[in-house]
Design a protein around this ligand. Structure first.
Ligand SMILES: Nc1nc2c(ncn2[C@@H]2O[C@H](COP(=O)(O)OP(=O)(O)OP(=O)(O)O)[C@@H](O)[C@H]2O)c(=O)[nH]1
Length: 380
């Protein structure tokens, strides 16, 4: 493609992307990142316009070199700031942006009459920003792996490209017509423009993938214990039950209840009670097998659905659960608290009983365990 046509296309694309970000921001007013990314697109388009204006206004170096280079640095900085805003989900300090901009502006003021030096400095600063952004992507642990890794690779590639560009510019510091002398530099410049536009295009995808994951967590998981919630338990355990029924495999449900939570709450406070529930959830998580499904289905009540386990295995697991909860040295704010659980369970092989029905039967067995003195398990 002819270079001027490509440049006009990239400017148009960035302005369109800015429009898309603004539309998303209209819908999601709480997400300031989209506004920041919109601004980043406009600044990038402006940077291209100003630097291309050199063909028309040769003597306006303060605009075509100084302002253009500052804008080339400002655009990726804003993009990175938007990513930080998205991750933190709240106000993010503009210190980093202000710092990089002021440290870039000072030398660029001296260098703007010497375009090659100014471009080299800009390329080095941009390389640092992209490499920093790549490292930053690795810290966003809660992001879905695919979109995070793609953005990481793009930033890394971009950082390497800018370093390569800086290297080539340094080699040409003596030449006056470097652009025409070095077609490879032109290619690098085009790749830079395309990479920037491509990366920003991915931001909304990345943002929505992260929101989707967060929403799924809220819908399926219990905030306090990080186990599944009641709704997700019914969904997954019902599927497990239906599959086991078809395959005529044993299916078992356990209801695990923390003993005397009311007394703990009354004596040590509600926060201590919460910590006890978390401790029991951790024991459950560490004791069950990978294929089992555990959830917090009520205030102090947990449920475990076990697939393909015989009665001996389930009794051993129930015994271990009681033993591990009782034997863990649990304390809250230095105060030791004795914890025990009672367990009710029921087996089912190829029976037509629904999950709710099985849970009710397990609950009846749990009541027997409670009335028989707690810290034990009973089966229906
Ligand atoms: N800390 C805390 N307490 C909770 C939570 N959900 C329910 N509870 C409390 O759990 C207590 C349950 O009381 P009960 O049903 O009498 O049961 P219990 O005191 O555990 O006694 P048993 O089950 O008979 O051993 C109530 O005091 C609830 O307020 C929670 O999320 N956190």
């Amino acid at each position: 493609m002819h270079l001027p046509t490509l440049i006009i296309t990239i400017i148009a694309l960035n302005l369109m992307l800015c429009g898309v970000m603004l539309i998303i921001y209209q819908v999601r007013r709480t997400q300031k990142s989209f506004l920041t990314w919109a601004l980043s697109c406009v600044i990038f388009a402006m940077a291209i316009m100003f630097s291309s204006a050199r063909i028309l206004v040769e003597d306006q170096l303060w605009l075509t070199i100084f302002v253009a280079n500052l804008a080339f640095i400002f655009a990726p900085l804003l993009a990175l700031h938007g990513l930080r805003q998205y991750q933190v989900q709240g106000p993010v300090s503009l210190k980093l942006v202000a710092l990089v901009m002021s440290y870039s502006a000072l030398p660029l003021v001296y260098l703007y009459t010497s375009p090659l030096h100014a471009h080299t400095l800009t390329a080095v600063i941009c390389a640092a920003i992209y490499l920093f952004a790549a490292a930053f992507m690795l810290t966003i642990r809660q992001a879905p792996a695919l979109s995070r890794n793609v953005l990481f690779l793009l930033f890394l590639l971009h950082g390497a490209l800018m370093l390569g560009m800086a290297g080539m510019l340094v080699e040409n510091l003596g030449a006056s017509q470097f652009i025409t002398v070095q077609p490879i530099l032109k290619l690098m410049l085009i790749t830079h423009l395309l990479l920037t536009t491509g990366t920003v295009t991915l931001f909304p995808v990345f943002a929505f993938a992260m929101s989707e994951r967060r929403l799924l967590e809220l819908v399926n998981f219990d905030e306090l214990t990080r186990l599944l919630n009641r709704r997700a338990f019914f969904e997954r355990a019902s599927m497990m039950l239906a599959k086991n029924r078809v395959l005529r495999r044993p299916f078992c449900v356990l209801v695990v209840d923390l003993d005397e939570l009311k007394r703990i709450n009354d004596r040590y406070g509600y926060e201590a009670g919460d910590a006890c529930l978390k401790a029991v959830a951790d024991v459950i998580r560490d004791t069950i097998r990978d294929q089992d499904v555990a959830a917090r289905i009520g205030g102090e009540e947990f449920a475990v659905a076990l697939s393909d386990a015989d009665r001996n295995q389930v009794e051993l697991l129930s015994y271990r659960l009681c033993q591990r909860v009782e034997q863990q040295a649990f304390s809250f704010q230095g105060e030791p608290i004795e914890l025990t659980v009672s367990i009710g369970g029921i087996f089912s092989i190829a029976s037509r009983r629904e999950l709710n029905d099985l849970l009710n039967a397990a609950d009846t067995a749990l009541n027997q365990a409670k009335t028989s003195g707690r810290n034990q398990f009973k089966f229906a």
